[in-house]
Design a protein around this ligand. Structure first.
Ligand SMILES: [Fe+2]
Ligand SMILES: [Fe+2]
Length: 339
């Protein structure tokens, strides 16, 4: 074991040992039934002998920050391929660490949620998240150059807060309502745009589990949120804002640019270019689409659980959410991109 790949988080949780096994939440039990019915096996159900053609790319080139910029134009075909693989590895590594953190948060939630219906469901999400980590780790190892990048600073902060907090509903807001919404938008974008059929299949498999996970937050949170005092509600709103900020920012894959030989000055330039591009030129189209998808989902989820207060709305606009960035679907954008 490499100690640099591990750290310890202190947390105090109340373990509720519920011994009433009646069904009180039939909707939650239905979700549990669906989870048992829809289990898949990452070692059996994925065609691991499908070759991955790096020259076609792991990600669509349009997802790379510098695509079609002067930095991109300077690269020959070989370095473009290298950058594509490193960029994809960096991004998938973050998803992988997120899946692993989700598994830990869910295992805490099994203990913390107050009734058997929710405990049964949460125990299936632990297995789901383990499978997601397993499938992404295997893809990285066997198909994408066997390099796993360290967790980004913001992602680490996010999971440290999530795993350290001691109220189940705050954990659920952070994980199932916000972090997973972000991951779902990303997996959806990858499933629809990646030139690698194996990665598309993996993303679709993961997505098939995620609707249940969001379902858990939508079923479990509304009643709890209604019961919160003003002070508790403010705490939840502040936490929501912090989580959204961490989810949306600090995801610049500097190490991937370093790996393909860009100098520090060039990478600083790329970072500035990226900020400019994000303001609305063609190069940032994917990000705009991703944001729109994510925005709509976050707003819908917050509304469903009763958290879309004026304060949260103003937090969202501070964070630069723009639901009307582009009216086209991913497929239309992918089709319009140069080959
Ligand atoms: Fe997951
Ligand atoms: Fe999930």
């Amino acid at each position: 074991m490499n100690v640099e790949t591990r750290h310890t988080i202190s947390s105090t949780v109340d373990t509720i040992y519920e011994r009433d096994y009646e069904i009180y939440a039939p909707d939650m039990r239905r979700l549990y039934e669906n989870a048992k019915r829809d289990q898949w096996n990452a070692s059996r159900d994925i065609e691991w002998n499908t070759p991955v053609d790096w020259e076609r790319g792991i990600f669509n080139n349009g997802l790379i920050d510098i695509f079609e910029s002067p930095y991109w134009e300077k690269l020959d075909a070989k370095r473009r391929t290298e950058l594509n693989v490193e960029f994809a590895s960096w991004r998938i590594s973050q998803l992988l660490h997120g899946e692993s953190g989700a598994m830990l948060a869910c295992s805490q939630l099994v203990q913390m949620v107050p009734n058997t219906d929710a405990k049964f469901f949460m125990s299936t999400q632990v297995v789901d998240e383990a499978r997601h980590a397993e499938v992404l780790a295997r893809y990285m190892k066997e198909k994408a150059g066997n390099k796993i990048y360290p967790m980004s600073k913001n992602l680490k902060t996010l999971f440290d807060q999530l795993l350290g907090c001691s109220q189940w509903y705050i954990k659920t807001i952070g994980l199932q309502l916000l972090a997973e919404t972000f991951a779902v938008s990303l997996f959806r974008m990858l499933a629809e745009s990646s030139p690698d059929p194996l990665l598309c299949t993996i993303c679709r498999r993961i997505l098939s589990d995620e609707s249940r996970h969001m379902g858990f937050s939508v079923l479990s949170l509304p009643e709890q949120i209604k019961e919160l005092s003003q002070a508790e509600l403010r705490e939840v709103e502040d936490f929501t804002k912090e989580m959204l900020k961490l989810v949306l920012t600090g995801q610049f894959p500097r190490a991937a640019y370093e790996a393909v030989g860009f100098s520090k000055a060039e990478i600083d330039g790329i970072q500035r270019y990226r900020v400019e591009a994000a303001k609305g030129t063609e190069q940032a189209l994917f990000r705009q689409l991703f944001r729109r998808d994510m925005h709509q989902q976050v707003v819908a989820n917050l509304a469903k659980v009763g958290l879309l207060s004026d304060r949260i709305k103003s937090h969202l606009s501070d964070l630069g959410f723009n639901p009307n960035a582009d009216g086209r679907s991913y497929n239309q954008v992918v089709a319009a991109l140069p080959a």
